[in-house]
Write a protein that binds this ligand. Structure first.
Ligand SMILES: C[S@@+](CC[C@H](N)C(=O)[O-])C[C@H]1O[C@@H](n2cnc3c(N)ncnc32)[C@H](O)[C@@H]1O
Length: 313
């Protein structure tokens, strides 16, 4: 398959949930290779507008080509935590919908030089924006064993987090932690022999956790979702999120729940006295999963979960 292709996940479901007004202004917060953005543009009338964001310069390069062909579309090289500032710069006070398709794209994972995959030997980088922040090799030089254990356990759900963190930091001290192959090797040998040949490779969870840490993915998600909620048109503006990680999906659920039920009154009070009113309602609280047919066609869709919420007056 072409190295620069990303097969969009839950494409029709995502765009059906997001675009209710063909003349509206929309945001695709995670452009990638633009599969979801192009689907939005197909639904928009001449008056509709789409702003896309991506923190990856390679994604933006593709987006700039699309912008040359379609005057309704523009893209900014920015993390979605900066959504407010990007909308302010355009003079868009409110939008009809903001869509997220979280995680990394296939071209990012498939490019060995980006250092995302243990299946492709490359430098240990993992930044979605190689021009911002520090690569993983450098981050690992400044982290304690305790903190690294927490990261691998909480973000990766890895039960051997302590052993893996200890082994990683030993390799860092000994100058043996420069490439994705080094990290894969250390993870493989850090887990007990009996756990080395299970259903998933012993490095899978650690790679995911370290990628989320290097890119501050949960912090970005919190800021991005809160900004999106502030900027949705009331009533009716839509928030649609596809997550691939249970921690991300939980964070989206909790942030929307807080907007759906913001009341902080003690349950024993007969009526609300805090005065906080709901600003969102769930359209789809129970996450939608891809069909078996989609998972067969595109195995990377396997862990996707989509949630939909709407701004209320
Ligand atoms: C799963 S891909 C999106 C694929 C896209 N929907 C498509 O159809 O091609 C996720 C994209 O979001 C970008 N991304 C992830 N976190 C981001 C953030 N905090 N801010 C901006 N872009 C982000 C990644 O760089 C990647 O290109």
């Amino acid at each position: 398959m072409d190295r620069d292709v990303h097969v969009p996940v839950l494409l029709d479901e995502w765009v059906d949930a997001l675009v209710l007004d063909p003349a509206g202004c929309y945001v695709d917060a995670t452009f990638g290779r633009g599969g979801h953005s192009r689907a939005i543009l197909r639904r928009l009338s001449e008056r509709g507008r789409l702003l896309a964001l991506d923190r990856d310069p390679e994604a933006c390069r593709v987006g700039l080509e699309l912008a040359k062909q379609d005057a309704r579309f523009q893209i900014r090289h920015a993390p979605f935590a900066r959504l407010d500032a990007e909308l302010d710069a355009l003079g868009w006070r409110e939008v009809s919908g903001v869509g997220f398709d979280l995680g990394v794209s296939s071209p990012q994972v498939d490019d060995a030089a980006r250092g995302f995959s243990f299946r492709r030997p490359g430098p240990l980088d993992m930044r979605m924006d190689p021009g911002a922040g520090e690569p993983l090799t450098r981050r690992l030089r400044g982290v304690s064993e305790r903190e690294l254990t927490r990261i691998i356990r909480e973000l990766g759900g890895e039960r051997f987090a302590g052993r893996i963190a200890r082994a990683i930091l030993r390799a860092v001290r000994e100058g043996r932690m420069e490439s994705t192959a080094d990290l894969e090797h250390v993870c493989f040998h850090a887990v007990p022999r009996a756990a080395r040949h299970g259903a998933i490779h012993p490095a899978t969870r650690t790679f995911q956790a370290l990628r989320m840490w290097v890119n501050d993915e949960l912090g970005q998600l919190r800021d991005g979702i809160l900004a999106a909620q502030r900027r949705l048109r009331r009533p009716g503006g839509r928030l649609v999120v596809i997550a691939f990680h249970s921690g991300e999906d939980r964070l989206v659920r909790d942030l929307v729940d807080q907007a759906v039920s913001p009341c902080v009154c003690p349950p024993q009070l007969p009526m609300c006295v805090c005065g906080r009113k709901p600003s969102m309602r769930w359209v789809r609280k129970k996450p939608l999963r891809p069909s078996e047919a989609e998972v067969m066609r595109n195995p990377r869709s396997r862990s996707a979960r989509m949630r939909v919420a709407e701004a209320v007056a």
